[in-house]
Design a binder for this molecule. Structure first.
Ligand SMILES: [Zn+2]
Length: 496
C-alpha cells in the first residue's frame, strides 16, 4: 500500500484510516456554528467487518442541550445549550420541520447531543518516550501501547497468553508493527454468517512472497460486490466450522494454481513451483469465532503443510481424471469433500465434513469419520471419486499398501453385495461396532458362515494388534467403508 522505503507514520495512518472507512448510506445532522445552521453529512463507520475490531470513535466536539431549554421563534426552534468540551454557552436554531427527526435520532435520557462538525474516523498512534523491545518483531524502538484495533488477537491477552508469553498483560509494539496490524484488515479474506460465525484468513510469509500472493492470486479473485456482507471471496465450500472452510479456501487456491484462470499467470506458475518445491515458508492463519458487539474468538488454526497437501492434490487429480468420460478432476475433488453433510430439519449440518477436513489438514486419519458418515441413517453412498481420493490418502499418508487396498476393496464389495442380496445389515453393523481385534476376527468368521464368503488368509495373519502391517482398526474401517458403500449403492442407488 505504501511501497518500499521510509514513510511518515502520520501519512501511513491517515491513508490506512481512509481506506478502512466506509460510508454507511445513512445521513446525520451536525450543527455548523459558522453558518449558524444544521447541516447534513453522510455517516461513516469502519469498513465491515473490521468495525467489530476497531472501536475507535471520533472525538468530535458536541453541543448538549435539553428540549426544555428550547423556544419557538418563527419557523425555528431556538435551543440554548453548552459546548461539551468547554461548557461555553451556545444557542442554535433547528427548523421546525426537522425537529421530530432530530428528537428521534439524538435524544438520550432527555438530553440532546449534536456534533459541531462532521465526525471523521481517525486513528492516532501515540509513541512512548522510552525505547524497548517490540513484542512482535523484537526490534528496539520507541514503543506504542498495543490496542485491540492493531491486532485482533489482543482482544483478550490473558486468553492467548501463549502468543505474547513474554509480555505480562501489556503488549508494546514498535510503530511499524502497530501500522502493519492495522494494514492487515485490508487484506483479510472473511466468511460470515450473521451472529453465528466469522472466519477470517491471513497468510504469512516473507514480504515479497506475500505481496506476490496478494497482488497476483488473491486480489484478482476477491469478490467485487462490496455489498456482499457474508464473504469477500468465493470459496469451493464453506460452513460453520473452521477446518471445512479452510479446506474450501485451500482447494479454491489450488484450483487457481492449476487453471491460472482470472489470476496472474506468471505468479500462479511461480506459486505452483514455490509450493511444489517447498521453496519457502507459507503459513495460513485462520481465526474463527462469533460476532457480538465485538469478536469472540473460539479457534485459531495454523496451516503450513501446503507442499504436502499440494502433492496429494496432484495425486488426486491423477487418480480421478479417468473415472468416467470427460471427468473433471478440479470439480470432482472439492465435490468429494463437499458431500459430507447431513440434513437436519431444513438445514445442512456439516460437522462431519469439518472432522474429515480437519484430519486431512493434519495428515491424520479421516477414515473413521467417513465410516461414521456412511453408517449415519442420514448419510448416503459416496460420490464418484471419493474412494479414489481416500485410497490415495490411505496409501500415501496412512501407509496402507496399494495391493492390500485393492484386496480390501474387492472383499468389501463382496460383503456389501452379499448383505444387500440378503437384505441384512447384521454383518455390516457388527463389523462397524467391532471394538477390538477379537471382535473383528469374530466378524470375519461370521462373514464366512452367514454370507458364505471366503476370507482372504492374509487378513487372518495377525502380528500383535496389526493386520497387513497396519493397526487392525484401519483394516476394519476400510473394509467396513467398502462394504457399506456397496450395500448403499445397491439398495439405495439403483444398483451398479
Ligand atoms: Zn515490531
Amino acid at each position: 500500500m505504501l511501497g518500499e522505503g521510509e514513510h511518515e507514520l502520520e501519512e501511513g495512518l491517515s491513508r490506512l484510516s481512509n481506506y478502512l472507512v466506509e460510508r454507511t448510506g445513512n445521513v446525520g445532522y451536525y450543527y455548523d456554528l459558522d453558518e449558524g445552521k444544521l447541516k447534513k453529512y453522510e455517516l461513516e463507520n469502519w469498513k465491515y467487518p473490521s468495525n467489530y475490531f476497531i472501536k475507535v470513535v471520533p472525538q468530535t466536539d458536541k453541543i448538549r442541550f435539553s428540549w426544555n431549554d428550547c423556544k419557538e421563534s418563527g419557523d425555528h426552534l431556538v435551543c440554548v445549550g453548552a459546548k461539551k468540551s468547554t461548557h461555553e454557552k451556545l444557542s442554535i436554531n433547528i427548523p421546525l420541520d426537522i425537529v421530530d427527526e432530530v428528537k428521534k435520532k439524538y435524544t438520550k435520557k432527555g438530553q440532546v447531543e449534536l456534533f459541531l462538525e462532521p465526525p471523521r474516523r481517525n486513528i492516532d498512534i501515540s509513541i512512548g518516550k522510552r525505547k524497548g523491545t517490540c513484542a512482535i518483531c523484537s526490534t528496539e524502538d520507541y514503543l506504542v501501547k498495543g490496542k485491540q484495533w492493531m491486532y485482533p488477537f489482543l482482544v483478550d491477552p490473558s486468553k492467548f497468553g501463549n502468543f505474547y508469553s513474554h509480555s505480562k498483560g501489556m503488549v508494546n509494539l514498535c510503530p511499524r508493527c502497530a501500522l502493519a496490524g492495522l494494514a492487515a484488515y485490508t487484506k483479510w479474506i472473511y466468511v460470515i454468517e450473521g451472529k453465528d460465525y466469522l472466519h477470517f484468513f491471513m497468510f504469512h510469509s516473507d514480504l515479497r512472497t506475500l505481496k506476490d500472493l496478494y497482488e497476483g492470486m488473491l486480489k484478482p479473485i476477491f469478490l467485487e460486490n462490496e455489498g456482499n456482507r457474508r464473504r469477500n471471496f468465493s470459496l469451493k465450500f464453506s460452513g460453520k466450522y473452521v477446518h471445512e472452510t479452510t479446506m474450501g479456501l485451500i482447494l479454491t487456491l489450488f484450483e487457481r494454481l492449476k487453471t491460472q484462470e482470472g489470476v496472474d499467470r506468471d505468479i500462479a506458475q511461480m506459486f505452483s513451483d514455490f509450493i511444489e518445491e517447498s521453496r519457502g515458508e507459507l503459513h495460513l492463519f485462520v481465526a474463527s469465532g462469533k460476532l457480538g458487539n465485538a469478536f469472540n474468538m473460539s479457534n485459531l488454526v495454523e496451516f503450513s503443510k501446503f507442499n504436502a497437501l499440494y502433492r496429494l492434490y496432484n495425486l488426486w487429480i491423477d487418480a480421478v481424471k479417468n473415472i468416467f468420460e470427460d471427468a473433471k478432476p478440479l470439480k470432482i475433488i472439492p465435490g468429494v469433500f463437499l458431500q459430507f453433510k447431513v440434513k437436519i430439519g431444513d438445514r445442512w449440518e456439516t460437522l462431519i465434513r469439518d472432522k474429515i477436513c480437519w484430519k486431512v489438514l493434519e495428515f491424520d486419519d479421516p477414515l473413521p469419520h467417513i465410516e461414521e458418515y456412511l453408517y449415519d441413517p442420514k448419510g448416503s453412498q459416496l460420490r464418484a471419486g471419493t474412494l479414489h481420493i481416500f485410497e490415495v490418502y490411505a496409501k500415501e499418508v496412512l501407509n496402507v499398501e496399494e495391493k492390500h487396498i485393492k484386496m480390501l476393496a474387492a472383499f468389501g464389495h463382496e460383503i456389501g453385495k452379499a448383505s444387500a442380496e440378503k437384505r441384512s445389515m447384521d454383518v455390516l453393523y457388527s463389523m462397524r461396532n467391532a471394538k477390538n481385534l477379537d471382535e473383528f476376527l469374530r466378524v470375519l468368521n461370521d462373514i464366512n458362515f452367514k454370507l458364505g464368503l471366503t476370507v482372504n488368509e492374509d487378513l487372518l495373519k495377525i502380528d500383535k494388534d496389526r493386520i497387513l502391517g497396519v493397526p487392525w482398526v484401519r483394516i476394519k474401517i476400510l473394509l467396513s467403508i467398502y462394504a457399506m458403500n456397496t450395500y448403499l449403492l445397491i439398495t439405495k442407488g439403483g444398483g451398479k
